[in-house]
Design a binder for this molecule. Structure first.
Ligand code: AKG
Ligand code: FE2
Length: 327
């Protein structure tokens, strides 16, 4: 028995719905499917813009690109979408509805601890967290159900009602092809965004699988359990390729106070001791935060690929000895 009675219809809302309704639905469910968020001509344009990058990865996925456990080896992934498609920027990154959800879940306004009485409040707006094209091909295995927010190491304590202050990030996934349970539609566990970490994680039995048409958009709070589904179709079958354009936002304060990436000339960073390069930010925070091209950022400074962690070593400690969880 699933841990809820929801169906896909309960997560689904039209793009013309008022922002407050969309925000209220995602607060209740942890995820929404927004019908018709992006128009067909924009979807066509994005497919055109991204085609050369997908083609460059080979016919049916590319084992070399990823053979770790998180992404199926038949998936094709394209990073850095902002400079690959102006339509992606205009229709997804700058989409008012998506930014409305990001504002709702991720904007912080707090009183600064200054002694002057006149200047108290500071507002922190969401920033871009991630972009990426994710094409799941026949043979792709379902991802484990996971919370994307795990990269930020915050525990979900569990609550009856959603409190946005628990959230660190949200993710929008715009369908660029038809998406079905058969071709890898995302598994989502409605309501699991407020499920305490003290409870056992939900299972596939608790998940509902997305069906979406091109231009529909799945949006998740990154505290919700989800994962890409199995693509059980055959190569060459109609609609056997599932492609979604991902765009995520996180809390704007998740950055260095002094922005080393822009402060320093990269050719000077290369000359620093390796440990200083890592401390300056050319490192990955496990699990999997701060990658470039889904690989270790030290590679951007020309280090030997053999010398840097890759694949599952970007996710998990080598030493898996359990330690008491700090609460
Ligand atoms: O492919 C999907 O449907 C979900 C992908 C996902 O959850 C992830 O990459 O973190
Ligand atoms: Fe995910």
């Amino acid at each position: 028995m699933p841990c809820h009675n929801y169906t896909l219809a309960d997560l689904t809302i039209d793009a013309s719905a008022p922002q407050e309704e969309i925000n209220a639905l995602i607060a209740k469910m942890g995820a929404v499917v927004i019908k018709g968020l992006v128009k067909k001509d924009a979807v066509d344009q994005m497919n055109k813009d991204f085609k050369p990058y997908l083609d460059a990865l080979g016919v049916e996925g590319n084992d070399e690109q990823w053979d770790g456990s998180f992404f199926p080896s038949t998936s094709k992934k394209v990073p850095g979408l902002l400079t690959k498609s102006a339509t992606y920027v205009d229709k997804i990154l700058l989409n008012d509805t998506l930014n409305g959800i990001a504002d709702y879940a991720l904007t912080r306004r707090t009183k600064t601890t200054m002694s002057s009485p006149e200047r108290y409040w500071s507002t922190c707006k969401p920033q871009l967290n991630v972009t990426g094209l994710l094409e799941v091909n026949p043979g792709g295995k379902a991802q484990e159900l996971h919370r994307d927010d795990a990269i930020f190491h915050d525990r979900i304590r569990g609550s009856e009602v959603y409190d946005p202050s628990q959230e660190k990030s949200i993710l929008a996934m715009v369908a660029l092809t038809n998406v079905y349970p058969e071709n890898g539609g995302t598994n989502i566990v409605p309501g699991s965004h407020i499920r305490s970490d003290d409870l056992p994680p939900p299972t596939y039995e608790d998940a509902i699988q997305v069906t979406a048409e091109p231009g529909d958009c799945v949006v998740i709070l990154c505290s919700v359990y989800h994962g890409g589904g199995t693509n059980s179709m055959k190569v060459g079958d109609k609609n056997s390729v599932r492609c979604m354009a991902l765009c995520g936002w996180n809390c704007g304060y998740l950055k260095q106070e002094e922005n080393q990436y822009l402060q320093l000339k990269h050719e000077d960073v290369k000359k620093l001791p390796l440990r200083a390069q890592r401390l300056a930010g050319w490192d990955v925070s496990l699990p999997y935060l701060g990658y470039v091209n889904w690989e270790h950022p030290l590679l951007t400074l020309g280090h030997d690929p053999k010398m840097v962690p890759k694949l599952d070593d970007l996710f998990y400690d080598k030493d898996q000895t359990p330690i008491a969880v700090k609460v």
